[in-house]
Design a protein around this ligand. Structure first.
Ligand SMILES: *Cc1c(COP(=O)(O)O)cnc(C)c1O
Length: 465
């Protein structure tokens, strides 16, 4: 087992990487061409020393690792990695359990059982809901909507698990224009098709209008309907009005699914939990551990109120994997068969932070986002496009030549090149904007000060050219 020393190389590097994170440029410094030249080695006909392979991987990837775990990274909605989560993630790979069943991964099965309950408690989801640990919200949506598809069609005497969708009653998907793309892909994966998706009009902030939903539901009272709502819009962080929508949907026997990829964690904050009022009446919920909970990637959670429908859509019989007495067998609830033990990192992190620690993390990120947007908005030539409701906001930079889109993209590129902080751009309601997302446990007041300064410098340099 001499090759096991390679683990020491890797662990020593990991610790050094994390300790020096703050002083590294956050953006990448190597081009894709440079990385390709370094990494595209001649095809390895013969093997080589693992120690050398890992050392070369580290040096060849240099400059190609985006500093998205940094406290001054505000792109997309990413989140960093808490050391306790990373430690549990290392153990997960070390133990290398096949989390498909409680025979192949008994401790993981118990941990998932425990964590599913903890997550429901944290997120305000009914105790009786079933759950699954999936890759992320994308597969969370696919899992929840598969359960919805089963239940809505079974109620119309159609067993979709046996008969498939050909000839089945058509399903309507009602959502808003601001839904995340992953909702559409779940609909495609399930064979429902995007033509089934209808956009219900929303208010100025992008929240679904209850009166418009009511109208849409009346059009085809007999058809199966899934209403997809958002807890935390990707760009603006807004929440659909669950307390108004859920009773209307329920009265029409529609299934309500909540995309709470990051926003569902607002339930842990005394200050923000009111945004989720009524969300407990939904039929399914999807969220991520790898965003606001700051776990490494591959951590999604999905919950389904109708546990029997969830199980009917996923359960399977195999003679070689019979569930052990009473304990939930994971693969009866998951879209995958073999997979890693996703529960360990969730377990360790919820224990280490507790409800109050997670709530503090949420509050802190929201306060930072609010100050970032406010102070950037006070710089000359900046317009606030969306003031954060929680941790997400939008700004844009007004060019003296009137080309605000070009100017906004130019400022974003300058900020990225300077390497002190990182923001991404997007097109929102026809205009280029800079997105501000704060969901990293590391971010401090000092990071916000440094970031405002680098934005100020970049905006004034851009205006000079
Ligand atoms: C990130 C995100 C998703 C997709 O989640 P994955 O974990 O990337 O699959 C869906 N909806 C929203 C609102 C998101 O922010």
């Amino acid at each position: 087992m001499t090759s096991i020393n390679v683990l020491n190389t890797s662990a020593a590097y990991a610790v050094k990487y994390l300790e020096t994170l703050d002083s590294r440029p956050i953006g990448t410094t190597a081009t894709l061409d440079e990385l390709r030249v370094r990494l595209a080695k001649a095809f390895p006909e013969a093997g080589r020393d693992p120690e050398q392979v890992i050392s070369e991987l580290i040096s060849d990837a240099e400059g190609g690792i985006l500093g998205s775990t940094s406290g001054r990274f505000f792109g997309w909605v990413i989140g960093g990695t808490l050391p306790v989560a990373l430690a549990a993630d290392w153990l997960t790979s070390t133990w290398d359990q096949n989390a498909a069943s409680n025979l192949t991964a008994p401790a993981e099965a118990v941990v998932e059982d425990v964590c599913g309950e903890w997550a429901k408690e944290l997120l305000g989801i009914p105790r009786s809901a079933s759950f699954a640990f999936v890759t992320g919200s994308q597969m969370g949506h696919a899992t929840a909507l598969a359960a919805a598809r089963y239940r809505l069609l079974r109620d119309r005497d159609w067993d979709v698990e046996e008969l498939g969708l050909a000839g089945a009653p058509s399903i309507r998907i009602l959502t808003t224009e601001s839904r995340h793309e992953s909702i559409l892909r779940a609909v495609r994966l399930l064979g429902v098709g995007t033509r089934a998706v209808e956009y219900v009009p929303s208010d100025n902030g992008g929240r679904m209008l209850a009166s418009e939903l009511e109208k849409a539901l009346k059009q085809t009272a007999e058809m199966p309907v899934v209403v997809c709502l958002q807890a935390g819009d990707l760009n603006t962080g807004v929440f659909d009005p669950f307390d108004k929508i859920c009773p209307i949907a329920r009265a029409a026997n529609a299934w309500v699914h909540v995309d709470g990829a990051f926003g569902l964690w607002a339930a842990t904050s005394k200050r923000y939990r009111h945004l989720l009022d009524g969300a407990e009446q939904a039929d399914s919920w999807a969220t991520d551990g790898h965003k606001w909970l700051n776990l490494p990637f591959d951590s999604g959670l999905v919950f389904v109120a109708d546990a029997a429908a969830h199980r009917a859509a996923f359960s399977q019989d195999t003679s070689y994997s019979i569930p052990v007495g009473g304990l939930r067998n994971q693969k009866d609830w998951n879209p995958e068969w073999s997979r890693r033990g996703r529960g360990f990192a969730v377990y360790a992190t919820i224990r280490a932070l507790g409800r109050s620690g997670i709530g503090d993390l949420v509050d802190r990120c929201c306060a930072h986002a609010s100050r970032l947007v406010k102070n950037i908005g006070e710089l000359p030539g900046v317009e606030i496009v969306a003031t954060p409701v929680i941790n997400q906001g939008l700004v844009r930079f007004l060019g003296t030549d009137g080309d605000h889109d070009r100017h906004t993209d130019d400022v974003i590129a300058r900020i990225q090149r300077k390497g002190v902080a990182w923001f991404g751009g997007a097109t929102w309601r026809g205009m280029r904007v800079m997105r501000v997302s704060v969901c990293n446990w590391l971010t401090t007041e000092h990071d916000i000060d440094l970031t405002i300064e680098t934005v100020r410098e970049s905006a004034s340099e851009s205006q000079c050219t």
